[in-house]
Design a protein around this ligand. Structure first.
Ligand SMILES: [Zn+2]
Ligand SMILES: [Zn+2]
Length: 261
């Protein structure tokens, strides 16, 4: 099985070494992992450094080998409407096997924290996040898979954590999915929402809808920032994906590889 979203100490918010996380993956029964350290952009410059140091990244992973485990090198790029060119420049830092595209900032604010939520109902906060996501996926072409659609559901200042309900936002969610399908991009099932808001990011009805609309590429990621979460719920997700797609994807040199389940 595979975990295609994890952060070692190379990420500003990671803690463990790449080697420790890879060993945790092997212990969890995984066959392949991809490190996806943050390369994010803070429009107002209030959050400190959000992108990794390329030399530190290379030093952490270039010589990392664990018998029995395939290790891929990727990144989690922040996407917003202003950073298309910077994203393209940062793609040249080194070769990546896999590029996740994420939306963490909306209207210049990190949706994880209170200022974004101030004055918004849960519905309004969700809707504005989805609108910004739609704008970003329309503008950006350089990512492989959209990470954790519905990320807003697990953020720290959510007043009443819930998995973002597809039924309440189905029109705009469908628009996002259609753009991804049209561009040949994939969707991630991110398992980090299970313990934070009681659902995967996104929920499986959205993943089923992606498939219905013609989506083909799907990956699974724990979004682990510590060894203890590597591979968490990934086997359970693959059991569900077996019924929806019959396969799950990994990546090598930016190309999807399909693994029958
Ligand atoms: Zn993220
Ligand atoms: Zn992440």
């Amino acid at each position: 099985m595979f975990d295609y979203h994890m952060h070692s100490r190379v990420s500003f918010d990671g803690h463990d070494t790449g080697e420790a996380m890879a060993k945790a993956a092997l212990s969890a029964g995984l066959k392949e992992i991809c490190f996806t350290d943050h390369l994010d952009y803070d429009p107002l410059g209030q959050m400190g450094k959000l992108d990794f140091d390329t030399a530190a990244y290379n030093a952490e992973y270039d010589h990392l080998e664990i018998p029995g485990l395939k290790i891929r090198r990727g990144a989690e790029f922040g996407m917003d409407i202003h950073n298309v060119e910077q994203f393209q420049k940062d793609l040249l830092r080194r070769p990546f096997d896999f590029v996740l595209g994420s939306i963490h900032f909306v209207d210049d604010l990190d949706v994880y924290f209170e200022p974004y939520w101030s004055g918004k109902s849960v519905f309004q906060a969700e809707r504005r996040y989805l609108e910004a996501t739609l704008e970003s996926v329309k503008l950006h072409n350089d990512f492989d898979v959209l990470a954790h659609l519905t990320y807003i559901s697990k953020t720290k200042c959510h007043p009443a954590p819930r998995p973002l309900p597809y039924a309440e936002h189905h029109e705009i969610v469908d628009e996002i999915l259609r753009v991804l399908v049209q561009k040949g991009k994939g969707m991630e099932v991110n398992t980090s929402g299970m313990d934070r808001c009681g659902g995967y990011l996104p929920t499986m009805d959205i993943i089923r809808r992606f498939k219905e609309l013609g989506g083909e590429i799907v990956t699974v990621g724990s979004d682990a920032h510590t060894c203890s979460r590597v591979g968490q719920y990934t086997f359970q997700v693959c059991d569900i994906l077996k019924d929806i797609f019959g396969y799950v994807c990994t990546f090598a040199e930016r190309q999807p590889v399909f693994h029958k389940l």
